[in-house]
Design a protein around this ligand. Structure first.
Ligand code: UDX
Length: 439
């Protein structure tokens, strides 16, 4: 059992703290947002993450998990201080490290015992060295016995607890192997490969992993766009590709592309690091461009199908950047809606979880309570996020309630033949003849 402080209670910090507590450690999660800490103390979660409320409440009840805004309280006797604060994108795509700096300086100001500082936030390559410099500079004259370990997270929103408890691997990087071994002990009971390397390599593994996954998605989206012109079905292409063990089936779903708080930020940051250090990230630039184009292509298809988007009613199903989360950061649905509104369309939308988050950023959108209300009177219906509850809709009811039976299935969730047999004009992404519909 160890005493752990986690700084930052976003989906990385809160999941990390709750899971470490569930593994038997004593954890204090700190956040500078007092209202968030107050709600956490009342058992109210700041984010929708399946299973999070239960694991937090259970570990608070067992006295293993605590919440505070006080650094002295959080760092008291802590053997480990995990920095899990936000690293938002700066204007040029570089990661903004102000919150990492504040956490590092707080550790330097308060701690007077040996401690392992663990970077859990996604930080540019070289940040581990920088954190050590920040702490040493802050402690000039009163050296602190500490080491820095990079421990990047590979959590997916919507499955973060499962990803923490059953990771494919744990990556640790440090100049102090002994410190890395101590952090490795925290993960021992997860029985997964634990890789120990140096700081910069561990930081690069995180960026390279996310950038590769984003590249796979942009790759299959480019293939989808070619399939549309050549009459092949990209879902079948992906299935055939995925049977090759060297390729594998994951992350080959063509559609609106990637959003969220990680891929966009991390791919941009990696490209920025590359340019800053004199290399030309042409592949990463193309990966981002293809991703941007996926949203535009959906709007072009709708404009072609409707003649003009001005004053047309477009229903959008799904606003979160992916299913099983309420997170709308960089969600493709939001960009599609902005493009539609720019051409005078009137948009109605529904999402199973993201409505509260969407309300503040979609002032002109009519937010309704069911998928059927979205379809009512619509000239076209766009599937933007493939929530399970959209899989088995009553399309007969939808057909008769729409003004025009046009469907843009931007996540290839539905069966083109079934919808066309009901009389819909169906568009998918890369569904062979989807751009030249039979119906
Ligand atoms: C991602 C990484 O998967 C995770 O390892 C890292 O720690 C954080 O970033 P996350 O952003 O939560 O996780 O979601 P993910 O499931 O990876 O999806 C990212 C985006 O890609 C979503 O917008 C999703 O809709 C899209 N996506 C995913 C596709 O468009 N096609 C796919 O085949 C898979």
């Amino acid at each position: 059992m160890s005493k752990i402080c986690v700084i930052g209670t976003g989906y990385v910090g809160l999941v990390t703290g709750a899971c470490f507590a569930d593994l038997g450690n004593t954890v204090t999660c700190l956040d500078v947002d007092a209202s968030r800490i107050e709600r956490l103390k009342q058992g109210i979660m700041p984010i929708y993450e399946p299973g999070l409320e239960q694991i937090v409440q259970q570990n608070v009840r067992h006295g293993r998990l605590h919440f505070t805004t006080s650094y002295p309280e959080a760092l008291k006797d802590a053997e480990f201080a995990f920095i899990a604060v936000g690293t938002p994108s700066g204007v040029d795509g570089e990661a903004d490290l102000q919150y990492v700096r504040q956490a590092a300086e707080a550790i330097a100001d308060i701690v007077d015992h040996p401690i392992v500082v663990v970077n859990k936030s996604t930080v540019p390559v070289g940040t581990g060295d920088w954190v050590a410099e920040v702490i040493n500079r802050r402690r000039a004259g009163k050296p602190l016995d500490f080491s820095v370990v990079s421990n990047p997270e590979f959590l997916r929103e919507g499955s973060a607890i499962n990803d923490f408890m059953m990771p494919d691997r744990v990556v640790l990087g440090s100049l102090d192997r002994n410190a890395a071994e101590k952090v490795a002990q925290l993960y021992q009971s997860l029985r997964c490969p634990i890789m120990i390397t140096d700081l910069r390599t561990a930081e690069m593994i995180k960026y390279a992993s996310n950038a590769f996954l984003a590249t796979r998605i942009s790759f299959i989206n480019e293939i989808a766009n070619i399939c549309e012109e050549l009459g092949a079905d990209v879902r079948e292409v992906a299935r055939g590709m995925g049977l090759d063990k060297r390729i594998g089936p994951a992350f080959l779903d063509a559609g609106l592309g990637w959003g969220g708080s990680c891929f966009p930020k991390d791919v941009k940051a990696l490209a920025h690091m590359a340019v800053l250090h004199g290399t030309h990230p042409q592949l990463l630039q193309a990966v981002m461009e293809i991703n941007r184009n996926q949203r535009r292509r959906v709007v072009v298809k709708l404009r072609k199908a409707l003649g003009s988007l001005d004053q047309k009613v477009i229903g959008v199903l799904g606003l979160s950047f992916k299913p099983n989360t309420d997170d709308i950061r960089e969600a493709p649905a939001l960009e599609v809606i902005h493009l539609l509104e720019n051409e005078g369309a009137l948009v109605k939308a529904y999402d199973p979880q993201a409505m509260d988050n969407a309300r503040s950023v979609l002032p002109r959108v009519q937010l309704v309570d069911t998928p059927y209300q979205v379809a009512e009177g619509a000239d076209a219906l766009v599937l933007a996020t493939e929530w399970n509850e959209f899989k088995q809709l009553d399309f007969d009811q939808i057909y008769h309630s729409m003004r025009q039976p046009i469907i843009m299935d931007a996540r290839n969730l539905w069966d083109p033949d079934k919808l066309r047999s009901l009389g819909f004009t169906y568009f998918g992404i890369g569904r062979g003849n989807s751009i030249h519909p039979k119906g």
